[in-house]
Design a protein around this ligand. Structure first.
Ligand SMILES: *[C@@H]1O[C@H](CO)[C@@H](O)[C@H](O)[C@H]1NC(C)=O
Ligand SMILES: *[C@@H]1O[C@H](CO)[C@@H](O)[C@H](O)[C@H]1NC(C)=O
Ligand SMILES: *[C@@H]1O[C@H](CO)[C@@H](O)[C@H](O)[C@H]1NC(C)=O
Ligand SMILES: *[C@@H]1O[C@H](CO)[C@@H](O)[C@H](O)[C@H]1NC(C)=O
Ligand SMILES: *[C@@H]1O[C@H](CO)[C@@H](O)[C@H](O)[C@H]1NC(C)=O
Ligand SMILES: *[C@@H]1O[C@H](CO)[C@@H](O)[C@H](O)[C@H]1NC(C)=O
Length: 449
């Protein structure tokens, strides 16, 4: 069963202690795809779908779901399908959506093209790793319209996986996971417009493993929002993106036990940002480990006065026990934006912050700065002790730290896709971090998965 394979992969490949501490239990569907398929197979072509790239897939998909949601596989065979009406697939158990075809958006409503809610034991995948959604977001963006639909949203889904599909050019966010539990998201490529509002993966959920994902856009790569607990994110390729982040965080923030590791970030806004502006509640027990960056604006970045969000009532979100370790590479311009910018709340300083094994250097000029404001802990310009008074320190670094040099990915994007042109569907890559292969093989490699 998939969940067992995932657990084994975690134990064998990743170090049992951290994974055990990280995820609170196994993730993924409870029933294998072959068992679901032998229970029932609902092929959308039998429900009125036509792979002619013009007949609406919406109603046939809903009808197939209604027949297979209590145990079965909803099957979209290879081919081109137009989607002019959106689907809300609510209440399934022990089912799967096998998306081997390509879905082209033709409708113009807002909302979510595919919304899956109140589901248990669920799998969304392509058996060929070639299934995809093409959102044609540029048709909205060319008119400066950012209110088009999101491609995929999961709400209140448990024991599930999403894998081996490509999400392309969403008019809005690509993939959100809200209040889900025990999920595994892997082997995906997400490619959107070079603009804000095109988030890759946003997750606020419990016990989720996200790995082997490539994101191209100019907003969130893989971002954790509140509330979240036990989230493991690894082997991520932000191939020209906004970068990974946490937030934005506001009132009653509740985020804990989060690990990101093996995160490669190229030509993005930041390598990792924790963003808030006022607010309250807590973020704690976070590890951000083995990050490689090249060509990014910010690198390690906490901003508790993030000016892109409105001020929220409160003394500031409590940021406690956050470790940054094993960061290498280069930033675009360390004199303009230094590779360490820890701006904590002056009214509620960060505590137990650790910055260790950190070696980054600037790609232009001959110096960089580190800035710390009201952050307590060890490393860089952080203050120690437990006075927790506000302060600001900026230190100038005039020599490259030893060991900063880091690998690049062979196929880093050399130009953005812009916002007004057609964006081609990406092929899911076979590596998401220098030297690493996917933790679970792609479906297309094995012929089945
Ligand atoms: C699923 O079942 C259908 C018959 O209902 C069969 O045609 C198809 O090959 C099966 N798919 C897989 C992946 O086993
Ligand atoms: C499907 O239709 C869209 C227009 O809605 C077009 O851009 C796309 O190329 C078509 N795909 C195929 C495979 O014909
Ligand atoms: C934070 O979330 C956890 C579940 O993830 C819950 O048990 C806890 O009560 C929440 N804390 C607050 C202060 O809401
Ligand atoms: C956070 O602030 C909101 C609004 O001011 C308040 O209702 C809530 O009780 C506060 N929560 C905590 C944990 O202090
Ligand atoms: C700090 O966070 C780490 C990683 O989640 C955890 O192992 C450790 O127990 C936490 N420390 C404290 C004092 O809670
Ligand atoms: C990175 O993005 C560029 C443009 O989308 C693409 O050509 C390249 O193949 C991507 N890299 C990988 C590993 O997919």
């Amino acid at each position: 069963m998939h969940s067992i394979r995932s657990t084994l992969a975690a134990v064998v490949g990743l170090g049992p202690l951290l994974v055990a501490a990280q995820l609170s239990g196994s993730v993924g569907p409870l029933t294998s795809i072959s068992a679901k398929n032998s229970t029932k197979n609902c092929n959308v072509l039998d429900y009125g779908a036509v792979a002619d790239n013009s007949t609406d897939l919406g109603t046939p998909l809903t009808d197939a779901f209604d027949d297979c949601k209590d145990g079965g596989v909803v099957y979209i065979p290879p081919g081109s399908y137009a989607m002019s009406t959106w689907v809300d697939l609510s209440g399934g158990n022990a089912w799967a959506l096998q998306m081997d075809g390509i879905i082209y958006r033709t409708g113009t409503d807002g909302g979510n093209m595919i919304y899956i809610e109140h589901s248990t034991d669920f799998e969304l995948f392509s058996s060929t790793s070639a299934g995809a959604m093409q959102g044609f977001g540029y048709e909205f963006h060319i008119d400066d319209n950012w209110d088009g639909p999101r491609l995929l949203r999961l709400y209140d889904v448990s024991d599930f996986s999403v894998h081996d599909i490509a999400l392309t050019d969403s008019p809005s966010f690509h993939f959100s996971m809200d209040t889900c539990t025990n999920g595994e998201i892997y082997n995906m490529a997400i490619r959107g417009a070079d603009a804000g509002g095109t988030d890759g993966i946003d997750v606020w959920s419990n016990n989720i493993w996200i790995h082997d994902i490539e994101v191209t856009n100019k907003d969130e790569c893989v971002t954790v929002k509140s509330p979240s607990k036990n989230i493991l994110v690894e082997d991520i390729y932000c191939n020209w993106s906004g970068g990974c982040a946490m937030g934005s965080l506001g009132s009653d923030t509740n985020v804990s036990d989060i690990v990101y590791r093996n995160i490669y970030t190229w030509s993005s806004n930041q390598m990792y940002m924790i963003k808030s502006n006022g607010g309250n509640g807590t973020v704690e027990n976070v590890v951000l480990e083995n990050f490689i960056g090249h060509g990014n604006a910010y690198s390690l970045y906490i901003d508790s006065y993030w000016s892109s969000m409105a001020v929220v009532a409160g003394d500031g979100v409590t940021l406690n026990n956050i470790t940054f370790t094993g960061w290498t590479g280069t930033e675009a311009d360390g004199a303009e934006r230094g590779p360490i910018d820890v701006t904590c709340s002056d009214t509620n300083p960060c505590t137990d912050i650790t910055i260790e094994d950190f070696a980054m250097w600037t790609e232009s000029g001959d110096y960089q700065w580190y800035k710390c404001e009201s952050g307590y802990g060890t490393g860089a310009c952080l203050e120690s002790g437990d006075d927790y008074v506000s302060y600001t320190t900026t230190s100038t670094v005039t020599a490259a730290p030893s060991g900063y040099s880091a690998a690049t990915m062979a196929s880093d994007l050399t130009a953005a896709f812009g916002t007004t042109n057609y964006i081609p569907i990406p092929t899911i890559p076979t590596s998401f971090f220098p030297g690493a292969t996917p933790i679970s093989p792609l479906c297309r490699g094995e012929g089945s998965c």
